[in-house]
Ligand binder design. Structure first.
Ligand SMILES: Nc1ncnc2c1ncn2[C@@H]1O[C@H](COP(=O)(O)OP(=O)(O)OP(=O)(O)O)[C@@H](O)[C@H]1O
Length: 815
């Protein structure tokens, strides 16, 4: 007899029902529960349908229903087809409708949740750290823990605060919770990102504090912040005498000492400087990258400040910037923060920073929060930075009711201030009674893939003693005879071709669909060779998080110059370049030229060529000033054409850039960060052209073949770049975090590219680990022997990561 009557849960359901579909469940067994069995009309293989109607008087409750499912599964009544068996429990509880996804509810009952997951869900302690490897069901455990707190521990949904890092993760959590405890119930919980949670807190309480903004504050994005910072810099400079102006130069030097500035993009002028200042600061002025780094520096300084504050544990907030580069950074930072406050604005990071300040200044707000949220849960805890950690510490100060889930081995955001040590030392110090559990079973990847992943992470230099992964060995649950493939290709194009061919092959030889493939790379730049290969092969693809390379205006314009050089009659290209960069040829002049060309029955470019002919009769239509401007374009194009006969393609692009003052035009156009990206793309175009020329063996002129290549990719960008579904996914390794695919290619496993130069090699190692563990069944690791876009031909060494795992073993094929 099943022991369903001894149930701890008391939900007081008015009415509920369980419907369990299974191919292996028998009516007779279930009749013990006064079940009414019918046949499922929709599912041929899942025959009996169990319906339990119950009411409060009978003492049959939601927990009962869940227990039933658990018992059914524990006794293997539904096995071995449990995962495909469709078990649904629905319960109606005075307005709270709990509709559980089939397997999810079964999991809650202990069916699919494995032992360690169940333990993590049901653990009695309220202060818990779950250290979990990739693919071990962290999100699953988190959502079930919340359901457990409500159902089992009797918490009100409004007492739950669950914090994530991204809106996407928050949305997913909310959806999963909705499926688990009902959407109405989940709406009453606070589930959001650090930023959204803090924005709400600030609006509610800021009027009680002295942080300098009111509850109608605006939130400035990065672009707004950089503009404001430039103005603040200007303010500091304007108010400076010569001595402090020198200080300002020192500031720049100091910043440069602290950050690795890119030397190739220099001398970008600050917007809104007057001419005297521009002249004066020609050499010294901060370029856009400096401004960006300065902003980062100000934020890091805040974090340091907060950290030292935490260390001292003083009762009063001490608004003072820290030691290194104190006076200069401090001056600018103060001016910047002052400007923010005057505009009644907060920047994105300010939201958390100000809440932490507020909580320190007003202990009564801490109390309100602790009364409100008696259960705080945080996902991806390894990614918290100093201020985020302090926020969590404050919110759980008294209750000590904190449930965190994370994996130090997947900490890949150190570059933006995250400190995975919070998952370990900090928690241990601030919550000494914290219980640590581990989730080791990996449900995602095959045994071979896990062995490669383990090899990489075990070589990490990082010491994981506390709370740790020490002893956390990934345990596979999927046995497979598909080896991991390590492939050496000659160059990036061949590498891309290889990827495309393998995808085609696997589509035919396995059950993989187009959506099952993902290609991961370290930088967006690497997507280009892949794009070309996909376009040629006619395979739909989707690049995540970036506009297609050739859709950027600056690239289109440079390509248009090349097109005009090849074909002087190209009207589209002509219209694109005629006044770009701006050279005083307005719409009116172009219309006049067009009218004159129509009158003469010639094309626009032809009209331009004929414009200076002595006998031309254009004078009536085109003013002499406009004629002059048009003639200078004509001269420019003719010169470029002459140069194209003598110079290689890469140098030709250099000439176009130089003779059109293209870089000045780019630098004067828009936000500094956008400028940097544009300049980067121009560099990429030059590299691509040079590389193309080196590898062009077609016998045709490189410029023509290059434009053909470009046309192939650019022309199909829109058509071939499909929506999410029905396309191979191309993305950076960072963007792949949290995702999973049946087949993963990690390309460009070359030295300096991965680990990326000047980046923390340990963090790069973890990034590689994250990439590997995205793969479920198939994993390809590829590298090229020549050229990867940033180096000269022949400079391509294999990534040291690949060397670590490439000793030939039974789980890998090496080509
Ligand atoms: N007990 C289980 N039984 C079967 N499958 C499970 C179980 N737990 C988790 N899974 C499956 O394992 C996969 C990974 O789960 P999930 O995405 O929650 O892992 P994760 O720990 O968040 O991974 P990562 O940190 O790598 O992003 C999912 O497909 C999930 O459905």
């Amino acid at each position: 007899m099943l022991d369903v009557v001894k149930l701890p849960w008391r939900l007081g359901c008015e009415r509920g029902e369980i419907a369990a579909y299974s191919s292996s469940i028998g009516r007779s067994r279930l009749s013990a529960f006064s079940a009414r069995a019918t046949n499922s009309p929709s599912m041929k293989c899942l025959q009996p349908l169990l319906h339990l109607n119950y009411n409060k008087a009978n003492g049959l409750q939601l927990g009962w229903a869940w227990k039933l499912v658990r018992v059914i599964n524990t006794r293997r009544l539904l096995s071995p087809v449990f995962q495909s068996a469709n078990v649904r429990v629905r319960a109606q509880h005075t307005g709270v409708f709990a509709s559980c996804e089939p397997t999810v509810l079964a999991q809650f009952g202990g069916g699919i949740l494995n032992e360690e997951q169940l333990k993590a869900v049901q653990i009695k302690e309220r202060c818990v750290r779950v250290v979990a490897g990739p693919g071990s069901g962290k999100t699953l455990v988190l959502t079930h823990r919340i359901a457990h707190e409500i159902v089992h521990n009797g918490l009100q949904p409004s007492q739950i605060l669950c914090i994530t890092f991204t809106n996407k993760a928050a949305k997913e959590l909310r959806e999963r919770l909705g499926g688990l405890v009902g959407h109405a119930t989940s709406q009453n919980m606070t589930v959001g990102t650090f930023h959204s949670t803090c924005a709400k807190l600030l609006r509610e309480f800021v009027s009680r504090t002295k942080v300098g903004i009111n509850s109608d504050f605006l939130i400035y994005d990065e672009d707004d912040c950089r503009r404001l910072l430039r103005k603040s810099l200007l303010e500091v400079m304007c108010s400076s005498d010569q001595t402090s102006y020198n200080d300002f130069s020192m500031l720049k030097d100091q910043i440069k000492r602290f950050v690795s500035l890119r030397n190739d993009i220099e001398n970008i002028q600050m917007e809104s400087m007057n001419s005297r200042q521009q002249k004066r600061s020609k050499q010294e002025v901060l370029n856009h990258q400096d401004v960006k780094e300065l902003l980062r520096k100000i934020r890091t300084t805040r974090t340091h400040e907060m950290k030292s504050f935490i260390a001292k544990r003083i009762g009063k907030y001490n608004h003072k910037f820290l030691d290194f580069d104190t006076s200069e950074i401090g001056k600018v930072a103060k001016a910047f923060e002052g400007a923010l406050r005057r505009n009644n604005a907060a920047d994105f990071d300010d939201l958390i920073y100000l809440v932490v300040r507020m909580l320190h200044e007003c202990p009564d707000i801490v109390e309100i929060c602790e009364r409100r949220w008696t259960c705080v849960l945080v996902d991806e805890f390894q990614d918290t930075d100093g201020i985020q950690y302090e926020l969590i510490r404050l919110l759980c100060k008294k209750n000590k009711n904190l449930y965190v889930v994370g994996d130090v081995d997947q900490a890949i955001y150190g570059w933006r201030g995250s400190e995975f040590q919070h998952m370990q030392n900090s928690l241990q110090n601030d919550f000494p009674s914290i219980k640590t559990l581990q989730l080791q079973k990996n449900y995602r990847s095959s045994n071979h893939i896990l062995r490669v992943a383990s090899k990489i992470i075990e070589n990490s230099a990082y010491d994981r003693r506390i709370g740790s992964r020490e002893g956390l060995k990934l345990q596979g649950t999927k046995h497979s005879n598909i080896p991991v493939q390590v492939c050496s290709l000659s160059d990036p194009d061949t590498e891309a071709e290889f990827v495309v061919n393998e995808i085609r092959k696997l589509q035919h030889t396995s059950s993989l669909e187009i959506d099952d493939f993902s290609i991961l790379y370290r930088t967006h730049y690497q997507a280009f060779a892949l794009e070309k290969a996909f376009v040629r092969a006619g395979i739909p693809y989707k690049i995540h998080g970036s506009t297609p390379f050739y859709s950027h205006k600056e690239i289109k314009v440079l390509i248009a110059y090349l097109q005009l050089i090849v074909n002087v009659q190209d009207q589209m290209a002509f219209e694109r370049v005629i006044n770009t960069p701006p050279r005083g040829i307005g719409e009116k002049t172009i219309s006049s030229l067009r009218a004159w060309a129509q009158k003469k029955n010639i094309s626009l470019p032809e009209a331009l060529q004929k414009l200076s002919d002595a006998n031309c009769d254009s004078k009536s239509e085109i003013t002499s000033r406009a004629r002059k401007a048009l003639q200078s374009v004509r001269e420019l194009l003719n010169t470029l054409f002459r140069i194209s006969l003598e110079r290689p393609l890469g140098m030709l692009i250099d000439e176009i850039i130089e003779r059109t003052n293209f870089l000045d035009y780019i630098k004067s156009d828009g936000d500094a960060d956008a400028v940097k990206k544009k300049l980067d793309r121009i560099e990429q175009l030059k590299l691509l052209a040079k590389y193309f020329e080196m590898s062009n063996e077609s016998g045709h002129k490189p410029i023509i073949m290059f434009l053909e290549d470009v046309a192939l990719v650019a022309g199909t960008d829109q058509r071939q770049q499909k929506e999410e579904r029905g396309a191979v996914k191309l993305m950076t390794l960072h963007a792949a975090k949290g995702l999973e695919f049946k087949c993963v290619f990690i390309v460009g496993l070359n030295d300096k590219l991965f680990p990326f130069q000047n980046c923390d090699p340990e963090e790069e190692r973890r990034l590689f680990y994250v990439g590997i563990t995205r793969a479920k069944d198939y994993l390809y690791l590829t590298y090229h022997r020549f050229y990867h876009g940033l180096q000269n031909k022949g400079d391509c060494k294999v990534s040291p990561f690949l060397q670590e795992i490439s000793a030939k073993t039974e789980f890998m094929n090496i080509y």
